[in-house]
Write a protein that binds this ligand. Structure first.
Ligand SMILES: Cc1ncc(COP(=O)(O)O)c(C=O)c1O
Length: 404
C-alpha cells in the first residue's frame, strides 16, 4: 500500500465506520463511544474551563476576545506557522507580530522573544506552538511573559501529549490553551477545537450558545475518513483520479476555507471521535516516537536537525522533519515507490505559501523562509509501520548519496 503524509492517514477503516455511524460505538460499548464528557475530560487534563469549538483557530480568536484588549493590540506568534493562526488573531481585532525562529529550530526562543519585545514593547500576548510536536523553551518564555505582564497562550494544535524540558506536559503552563482536533493533528476528530481558560480571572462558566456548523460541512466531514481511505488504498488504480474529482467538485472536506473562522459549536458526534482518539493516544504517541527514532537512527546525519533528534522523547512527533536542498526532486523520487509526502508544514513562514500575499509580511523571518524551502516532513502516523519507516529512511539515504 502507498504511504501518505496526510489524506486521512490517522484513520483506519474502523474509524471511517465510526465517523459514519457513531451509534455503532455505543451499541458495542466501545471505549470513547457516545456519552463521554469531552469538556469535563479536558477541564481535568488541562486544569481550566473548557469551551468546545469547531476549529482550533476559533479558540485563538475567543481567547483574545475574552482578554478584551484594545483594538490593534499586538500578539506575538512563531514566525513559522499556519495562516489560520494569523487570521484568527486578525479576526479578534489584534495585530500579529512574527518572531523569527533560529536557523536550526522550529520554535521561537527566549532571545528572539526578548529582541522582538524590545522593538515592540506593546505586545500583550505571546502564542507558543511546539511546532510538529517539538517542545519550545517554555520556562524561559513564561518567565519573560510573567515579568512583563504578557499573557501566554499555548497552542497545542501539533503537540497534545508533548512534554516540556522540565517534564511538565504541554498545556499546563499558559493562561490559555488552544487545542485543534482537525485533520492530520495528533488528536484527529476530522474537525474540532477547544479553548481552555486556565487563568482564573477569565473563567466565566461560558455557555456555548454558538450554532452548529452547516449540515453540508458535517456531511463532508462524516465521509472524509471513508473517502480518503478509498483514495489511499486504490491510489494507483483510480484513487488518484477519484481524489482529483472530489477536490474539483469540493466534495472533500478541507481545513483552509475562508468560512471557517466564525464561532461554531462542536456537534456531539465529533466529540465521540475525539474521545476515541484520546483513549488511544498513549499507544499512538508511542508509535509516533518509535517511528521518529527509526528515522533519527537510520537517516543520513546531513539532513537531520540536532534539536529535533534530541527532543524526540519529549515530542508528540506529529511529523519528523528533515532538511534537504533539492526537496522537489526527493518528493518525485519517492513517488516512484508510492510514497507521497508533498504536503509540507510549513512551505512558507505563514503557510500555505499561497496565503503569503494576504498578510503584512516584510521579510520579518529570514530563517523561517530558508527553513520553509528545505523542510520535508516524514510521516509518523499509525498507517506507517516501523518496517516502512526503515525502508523510507534507506530510500532517502540513497537519494542523498546520489545527489550530494
Ligand atoms: C500551529 C497551529 N495552530 C492552529 C491551527 C488551526 O487549527 P484548526 O485547523 O483546528 O483551526 C493550525 C492549523 O493547522 C496550526 O498549525
Amino acid at each position: 500500500m502507498s504511504v501518505f503524509n496526510s489524506l486521512g492517514s490517522n484513520y483506519d477503516f474502523g474509524f471511517a465506520i465510526r465517523a459514519l455511524f457513531p451509534e455503532v460505538a455505543k451499541l458495542f460499548h466501545l471505549p470513547g463511544g457516545l456519552g463521554l464528557d469531552l469538556k469535563k475530560y479536558l477541564e481535568e487534563k488541562y486544569d481550566g474551563e473548557a469551551i468546545l469549538l469547531f476549529k482550533g483557530r476559533e479558540a485563538i480568536t475567543l481567547a483574545l476576545k475574552l482578554l478584551d484588549l484594545p483594538k490593534n493590540s499586538q500578539v506575538a506568534i512563531n514566525g513559522f506557522t499556519c495562516y489560520a493562526v494569523y487570521k484568527a488573531i486578525e479576526k479578534a481585532g489584534c495585530k500579529p507580530v512574527l518572531i523569527d525562529i533560529p536557523r536550526d529550530d522550529l520554535n521561537l526562543t527566549r532571545s528572539d522573544l526578548v529582541s522582538t519585545l524590545t522593538k515592540n514593547p506593546d505586545i500583550k500576548v505571546v502564542i507558543v506552538q511546539n511546532t510538529l510536536g517539538y517542545p519550545c523553551d517554555i520556562d524561559e518564555i513564561s518567565e519573560i511573559c510573567k515579568e512583563k505582564n504578557i499573557f501566554l497562550i499555548e497552542d497545542l494544535a501539533h503537540s497534545v501529549g508533548a512534554k516540556y524540558k522540565n517534564g511538565t506536559e504541554a498545556g499546563r503552563v499558559g493562561d490559555f490553551v488552544v487545542l485543534s482536533f482537525s485533520q492530520d493533528k495528533i488528536i484527529d476528530g476530522i474537525s474540532g477545537g477547544a479553548l481552555i481558560i486556565r487563568n482564573k480571572i477569565y473563567q466565566k462558566n461560558i455557555e456555548n450558545s454558538f450554532k452548529n456548523p452547516s449540515v453540508a460541512l458535517q456531511l463532508k466531514d462524516r465521509f472524509y475518513p471513508l473517502l480518503t481511505f478509498k483514495i489511499r488504498i486504490f491510489y494507483n488504480v483510480g484513487g488518484k483520479l477519484f481524489h482529483f474529482v472530489l477536490k474539483k467538485t469540493k466534495l472533500l472536506s478541507t481545513p483552509m476555507q475562508g468560512t471557517l473562522y466564525k464561532f461554531s459549536n462542536l456537534p456531539e458526534w465529533y466529540c465521540n471521535l475525539i474521545n476515541y482518539q484520546f483513549n488511544n493516544s498513549d499507544k499512538e504517541l508511542r508509535h509516533r516516537r518509535k517511528v521518529a527514532e527509526i528515522y533519527s537512527r537510520n537517516l543520513s546525519k546531513k539532513i537531520l536537525s540536532d534539536s529535533i533528534v534530541k527532543n524526540i522523547d519529549l515530542s508528540a512527533n506529529l511529523r519528523f522533519p528533515i532538511f534537504v536542498e533539492n526537496r522537489q526532486n526527493l518528493i518525485n523520487y519517492l513517488k516512484k515507490d508510492n510514497i507521497y509526502i508533498s504536503d509540507i508544514w510549513y512551505d512558507a513562514p505563514i503557510a500555505p505559501r499561497r496565503f503569503m500575499s494576504e498578510i503584512n509580511y516584510k521579510n520579518d523571518c529570514p530563517n523561517a523562509e530558508k527553513i520553509s524551502e528545505k523542510i520535508l516532513n516524514l510521516p509518523t502516523h499509525k498507517n506507517i509501520s516501523e518496517k516502512q519507516a526503515l525502508q523510507l529512511s534507506n530510500l532517502i539515504n540513497s537519494f542523498v548519496i546520489h545527489n550530494s
